[in-house]
Design a protein around this ligand. Structure first.
Ligand code: 2AL
Length: 243
């Protein structure tokens, strides 16, 4: 089985981190192929960043289709381009936010999300509403860490994240924490140990869900709105996306 894990931002160190995390949890026999868009923002922390990066995600899905991917993971917590990506393939496509939310509800009755910037926390709240997880989530907490601070080995990202997770644990009445950024993938086990409660990290959650769906022969439905887009001409720089 071949799972294509797409980091939607263009920071190579984060792509490597996400790939390592995916490979560590993958079953024997699962091949992880990790990539990032050629163009787009170095980090995704706004609606604007998400809109631009979604085009890059779709380009990576088109490449994956040519290479024969069995499943895809979109490894940014905004799940940018998720439904459009599903339109382009019969394979399952899993976003790390939805994967984290789903798994958290299966091991606890309430969770909190701990993410990066305050504005990004609002975007995560939109996703909770859109996916129907609002009543499972107590708080979406921001650390005020820009995404790329997670890539700074000299910074204090871990301590800031741990402190916010401790507040979530002590104040929110929750059973689990969902980490709200793909760049937190390498911190999960340390956080879970320091906190003493389950910490759900979306990259590993999404890889295992993608493996499960693909091994069950379940792929994106082509019946309804996730059918392949109707062929039509595209103008300008998107001309090669059309018929
Ligand atoms: C993210 C993420 O996972 N990657 C990125 O560039 N921005 N999302 C976030 N909530 O910080």
């Amino acid at each position: 089985m071949r799972i294509h894990v797409i980091n939607p931002n263009t920071t190579a160190s984060m792509t490597d981190k996400i790939g390592n995390c995916a490979s560590r949890v993958a079953a024997p026999g699962t091949e992880i192929h990790v990539s990032q868009p050629e163009s787009g923002p170095v980090s995704i922390e706004s609606h604007f960043d998400e809109a631009i990066s979604a085009v890059g995600v779709l380009e990576e899905i088109r490449r994956g289709e040519a290479l024969g991917a069995d499943a895809y993971v979109i490894a940014c917590f905004g799940d940018p381009g998720l439904l459009a990506a599903r339109e382009l393939t019969r394979a399952p496509v899993i976003g790390i936010a939805e994967a984290g939310f789903h798994l958290a509800t299966m091991i606890s009755t309430r969770f909190s999300v701990v993410t990066t910037l305050a504005r990004t926390a609002i975007i995560a709240e939109h996703l909770l509403d859109q996916y129907g997880f609002r009543h499972h989530c107590r708080q979406v907490r921001a650390t005020d860490l820009p995404v790329l601070e997670l890539e700074n080995p000299a910074g204090n990202a871990y301590q800031a994240l741990l402190a916010e997770c401790q507040r979530a644990r002590d104040e929110d009445g929750i059973g689990a924490i969902v980490l709200g950024c793909g760049g937190m993938a390498d911190l999960t086990e340390r956080l879970a140990q320091d906190l003493g409660l389950p910490v759900v990290e979306g990259v590993s959650a999404a890889v295992k869900l993608a493996e499960s769906l693909a091994s069950l022969g379940l792929g994106t439905s082509k019946h309804g709105d996730l059918a392949f887009p109707r062929p039509k001409p595209f103008a300008g720089k998107f001309a090669d996306w059309g018929e």
